[in-house]
Structure formats: structure tokens, C-alpha cells
Design a protein around this ligand. Structure first.
Ligand code: FE
Length: 393
């Protein structure tokens, strides 16, 4: 038996933010990240719409990037004092992820963070509140997914929480909110979304329900992301919808080792943080080279190439074409092709890579990768990425 779960309602298009005025309830608790939503007036508009709906509004601002367990607990306490019947989260992945976790501790004060680390084991939500998610970046698709990533700064570990209980009730996908995204963020988050769709399409959990969403997302991102990057706002709108389709696919089909590897290298090197989408974009071609030795995966990568109007006389040839398309996009967006190019020093790489490889194999996303991998092979794969070598094993 499999399950396919999405939000009950999805509003999209310019001014879909105004749907907030149609909610019925008494109190709305609004969770936001840094200042950009306030600066560009979206927070005031959201508050005004909720007031128009007859609701009292309480704001919880300044959720940090990579939200902490402490922020989650502080938000949950504020919710218990205010007793909202709607939780409205606006922002990039972080604010929405934090609000999802706050929601669990609001409804179930006695639940421990530790107990939530077991995937798909959450207690039932919605006895107290329902949840609206409004993304202001175009990639994580947390507005439609069953996931939330919370960081424990004491141990320095990022914990992915997963359960369909935290899939939002309503997603509002308003392209006006992503018009002001900086160029680098457009590239990184867009390539994150492309990786979501590709990994979902080849995942061992893919299904007839996730395949069309993943394929169409891939087609739309490839067509529109380069134009969005150059400032075309109608292309940016299409990417905003495409990343959401990709989210619907991967929330139900899950991901693969590109994400396992990006999760464990984001903060690993002293030369600096490798943004999530940038790491995914860099690793994706190497992982395709590795996975394509598994015949079902090869067939599926070839199908992706056909969707992108590539031609080839064999599956192998089509996979090569797909690799070319991805590498060309990366080049256009200034994404490094190797970890060496990304500035990671060789000595530090050599010193840390065995541990990183072990943690990547243990990541939650490894289980649904189409080809199995052990720690030694993972290390070899990372070495190919460091030096820009072909993956021929
Ligand atoms: Fe991602």
C-alpha cells in the first residue's frame, strides 16, 4: 500500500495572497523569516487580509535560516498562549519548516523532539489549528511537502522531520512574492527544484501519481529557469509553479543520494557553506553517471531526456544528452563543476571525506536511490566530484 498526500487547497496566481481574507477562524498566528516580507509589504498585506477575515493576528518574526529547536519551542509556547486556529507561515523554507514543527508541539505539548525523528510516526494534528504555507522562494516546495528540517545547534546536526500530518492544509503560491529574489538564489533554488523532480522520477518510490508531476516540472524548469535568471518575470512565475509540482512529486516519491550528499556537505568544509541548491546542481550529473548503470534508472533518465526534446539512438546516448543539458544549465548559472572549483582545499577534503561518505550513506534520502551504494563507493563518488572525473564504476 502506498499513500499520496497533498494540501487540500492550492491557490496560485498573482494576488492569490488575498485568499487569506476568505479563511474562517478567530485567531491567526503568522510565522515569518527575516525582514524581506515586511520590507516589501507582504506581511502587512497578509495581516490586513486576516483582519478582514475577522481574525485577531499575532506575529512571530525573525525565524533564522536553518531554524533551531529553541526557536521551534519558543514559537510553540507563544502558540499555546495565543491559541490560534490558523497557523500562517510566510517565507523561504526556514520559516515554513519552523512553523510546521511549532504546530506539532502546540497541539501536543508532551511530545519530545526525539520522538519526532522517527519518520511517519507523528500524532494527529488539526484538533487545534490548520496550516497555511506561503513560499517566498522558489525551490524547497515546503508549502506542499511532508517535510521540515530543524537544526540542533548543540550537536550541529540537521534533523529532517517527515510526516504527512505536517503537509499544509492550504498552499498559496503567489508569484509576486518571488519577484524580488536575488539572482544567485534564483539559480540555486531553481536547480534544487530540478534535482527534486529528477530524483523523484527515478526514486524507488516513484508511482503513476508522482511521475507526471516530476516530468512536467522538469520540462517547465528547463524551459523557464534560464529566462527567470535573466529577469523575465513571467518565466519566474512558471518556475514558481514548477518547483511546487516538483514538491508534490518528491513529497510522495522521496529523493535520492544527490540530496544525501548535499545534506552532509552543506556545512562540512571550512572554506564556507555550500548552499543546498548549489551542492545539488554540482553533484547531480555525477550521480546520474553512477545511477545509470542500474537499468531501470537508465531507462528513466532516457525518458527525461526525451521529455526535454533530446534525441539519441540508445538509452546510453540519451543519458549523455541529459548530462549535457544539466551541465549547460550549471555553467550558465555559474555553479562550480567540482568541489575543487568550489574552493574546498584538497587536504581538508582528504581528511574529512571518509566521515562525510559514511554520514551520506546513512542519510534518510539514500534508501530510495535507484542504485545501492556503500560507504567506500560513496567516497569514490565524492572523489570524482572533487577532481571532475567521470564516474565509471
Ligand atoms: Fe532540496
Amino acid at each position: 500500500m502506498s499513500r499520496f498526500t497533498l494540501p487540500r487547497d492550492l491557490y496560485f496566481g498573482r494576488d492569490s495572497l488575498s485568499q487569506l481574507k476568505t479563511l474562517s477562524g478567530k485567531r491567526a498566528f503568522v510565522v515569518v523569516g527575516g525582514g524581506s516580507m515586511r520590507r516589501f509589504g507582504f506581511l502587512d498585506r497578509a495581516t490586513a487580509y486576516l483582519n478582514e477575515a475577522g481574525m485577531e493576528v499575532q506575529l512571530f518574526e525573525n525565524v533564522e535560516p536553518d531554524p533551531s529547536v529553541e526557536t521551534v519551542m519558543r514559537g510553540a509556547r507563544a502558540m499555546r498562549a495565543f491559541e490560534p486556529d490558523w497557523i500562517v507561515s510566510i517565507g523561504g523554507g526556514s520559516a515554513i519548516d519552523a512553523a510546521k514543527a511549532m504546530w506539532v508541539f502546540y497541539e501536543h505539548p508532551r511530545v519530545t523532539f526525539q520522538s519526532l525523528l522517527e519518520p511517519f510516526s507523528f500524532p494527529a494534528l488539526r484538533a487545534k489549528a490548520r496550516f497555511v504555507a506561503i513560499p517566498s522562494t522558489s525551490g524547497t516546495a515546503t508549502e506542499v511537502t511532508a517535510f521540515s528540517v530543524i537544526t540542533n545547534y548543540q550537536t550541529g546536526v540537521k534533523y529532517p522531520l517527515a510526516d504527512f500530518q505536517i503537509t499544509p492544509d492550504i498552499a498559496i503560491v503567489d508569484p509576486a512574492l518571488v519577484e524580488t529574489m536575488p539572482q544567485e538564489l534564483i539559480a540555486h533554488t531553481g536547480m534544487d527544484a530540478l534535482t527534486h523532480a529528477i530524483e523523484a522520477y527515478v526514486s524507488t518510490q516513484h508511482s503513476p501519481f508522482t511521475d507526471p508531476l516530476a516530468l512536467h516540472a522538469i520540462k517547465m524548469i528547463a524551459a523557464h529557469l534560464p529566462k527567470s535568471y535573466l529577469g523575465d518575470l513571467s518565466a519566474r512565475e512558471q518556475v514558481h509553479y514548477a518547483q511546487c509540482l516538483a514538491g508534490m512529486a518528491f513529497s510522495n516519491a522521496l529523493l535520492g543520494i544527490v540530496h544525501s550528499m548535499a545534506h552532509k556537505t552543506g556545512a562540512a568544509f571550512e572554506t564556507g557553506h555550500i548552499p543546498h541548491g548549489c551542492a545539488n546542481a554540482m553533484y547531480l550529473p555525477y550521480v546520474i553517471e553512477y545511477n545509470q548503470r542500474e537499468s531501470t534508472a537508465r531507462e528513466r533518465y532516457a525518458a527525461i531526456a526525451l521529455t526535454l526534446n533530446q534525441q539519441g539512438e540508445s538509452e546510453e546516448h540519451l543519458v549523455t544528452k541529459l548530462l549535457e543539458v544539466i551541465r549547460a544549465l550549471n555553467k550558465k548559472f555559474g555553479i562550480p563543476a567540482t568541489l575543487w572549483e568550489a574552493g574546498v582545499r584538497e587536504a581538508e577534503f582528504n581528511e574529512k571525506i571518509a566521515g562525510i561518505a559514511e554520514r551520506a550513506v546513512g542519510d534518510a534520502c539514500t534508501g530510495t536511490n535507484p542504485r545501492k551504494i556503500d560507504i567506500k563507493t560513496m567516497e569514490r563518488l565524492f572523489r570524482c566530484i572533487y577532481y571532475g572525473k567521470r564516474v565509471d564504476f
